[in-house]
Design a protein around this ligand. Structure first.
Ligand code: UDP
Length: 401
């Protein structure tokens, strides 16, 4: 399977991966997060694990299990860490701790390396023996709620290292080594591989969307931080001048209990406009792939964003992208070079109009976008950096590969 990537990254980079993987062959690795489906973390692990197995690495993936109350608490944690105001009671913290403790008995963490993803399972660290533990944070912590951050911080010193998505998120009050590693997309997975034009057309036809008129698309979980209502407002501004259509497509995530409520809010904002297509989708990478490829312009109007894989996904498909100037997005888009960054609904509307009216400009941005993703955000680079991290014995504060 790793051989398939030679066509994209070249033989030399594939052989580098094999050399590094060889050194990990006698190690067992376990990943733990909170969902197998939905959201960027599950997306990355789904693609990464089979590739690492094809490199001969003994790597497993487990999820922690909690009840509805636990996911309500962790969703509040997620929002609060992104800087959203949430109310917490002592009980919330107890639920979090109890669920983490009860999962310690259910998951076999007797591995050489345990890799914990995001806050939900951070408390499993209590099970650490003399093995190596890493914590991967995908959230932009720059404006995080102090109470939640301080609560989580108690677990961090026990880890051997933590990983942030960008230099901008790294913390000065953490005393263990910090690794700065960007997320990534899999260019050969069903989400991003080349697909037939006929298939793309069929997907649009089946959803009743006219592929011949301009299409503005945002793919995201129904989450307020993705600002789906702001997307509709921007579309409404453009629609006064240009005959266009809007797609807001997103399934839920098993660990996100707010999706249905937000979906209903978005339906209301739609105001029965037949050119607004709000698609609550079952998990299907090929359909997302087709929707991205058949669109005229892709939006990611997030109010907060750890990284935003959907941006790299669209850029890889040579689509012009307009995204908010927040969090990890700025590492993917350099304004007016490989995409457009916007700070408001009005700005987003202005840029949508500009791209629809000037397709050559859109193509220029998108071509640069694909190159940027190829150099920086492919899964092979990500795997290399994780493998190096697993092998590194570091006492440095901040490590870039
Ligand atoms: N995604 C999907 N189906 C959906 C909505 C999103 O497959 O209905 C995927 C999307 O293509 C991307 C991931 O879920 O790969 C979302 O990752 P991102 O970093 O953009 O946001 P997150 O959900 O992690 O906040």
């Amino acid at each position: 399977m790793i051989e398939n990537y030679k066509n994209i990254i070249g033989e030399r980079k594939v052989s580098e991966l094999k050399i590094i993987a060889e050194k990990l062959k006698n190690k067992s690795i376990l990943n733990v997060n909170s969902t197998f489906k939905g959201g960027g973390v599950a997306e990355i692990l789904t693609k990464m694990i089979p590739i690492m197995e094809s490199l001969g690495i003994n790597i497993k993936w487990e999820i922690i299990k909690g009840n509805e109350e636990f996911y309500k608490v962790t969703k509040k944690f997620h929002n609060a860490l992104h800087g959203v105001k949430e109310d917490f009671s002592q009980k919330d913290f107890e639920i979090f701790t109890e669920t983490n403790n009860s999962n310690i008995e259910k998951i076999d963490m007797d591995k050489d390396i345990v890799f914990i993803h995001d806050p939900q399972p951070i408390g499993l660290i209590k099970a650490k023996k003399d093995n190596k533990w890493f914590w991967r944070c995908h959230i932009d912590l720059t404006n995080s709620d102090k109470r939640v951050y301080d609560f989580l911080k108690q677990f961090i010193p026990k880890y051997d290292g933590c990983v942030f998505s960008s230099p901008y998120f790294s913390k000065t009050d953490i005393e263990i080594p910090q690794y700065l590693i960007f997320p990534s997309i899999d260019p050969l997975g069903e989400k991003n591989k080349e697909i037939e034009k006929e298939f793309i057309e069929k997907v649009f036809y089946d959803f009743g969307i006219d592929i011949k008129r301009p299409i503005i698309t945002q793919i995201s979980r129904f989450d307020r931080l993705k600002d789906p209502v702001g997307v509709i407002k921007a579309y409404n501004m453009v629609k006064k001048h240009i005959d266009c259509q809007l797609i807001l497509a997103g399934g839920g995530a098993d660990d996100d209990p707010e999706g249905v409520k937000v979906y209903e809010e978005v339906l209301e904002e739609r105001n029965n406009d037949p050119d607004i297509h709000i698609l609550m989708l079952p998990h299907n990478d090929l359909i997302i792939n087709a929707l991205q490829r058949g669109s005229t312009v892709i939006l990611q109007k997030s109010l907060k964003e750890g990284f935003g894989l959907t941006i790299s996904e669209a850029l890889w498909k040579e689509k012009p992208v307009i995204a908010s100037n927040v969090g990890g997005i700025k590492y993917q888009i350099t304004h007016k070079y490989n995409g457009l960054l916007s700070n408001s609904i009005e700005g987003t509307a202005h840029y949508i109009k500009q791209i629809i009216e000037n397709p050559e400009y859109g193509k220029y941005l998108a071509r640069n976008g694909k190159e940027h993703v190829k150099e920086n955000f492919l899964i092979t680079r990500h795997i290399k950096e994780y493998m190096l991290m697993f092998l590194t014995e570091s006492d440095k504060d901040v490590i870039y590969f």
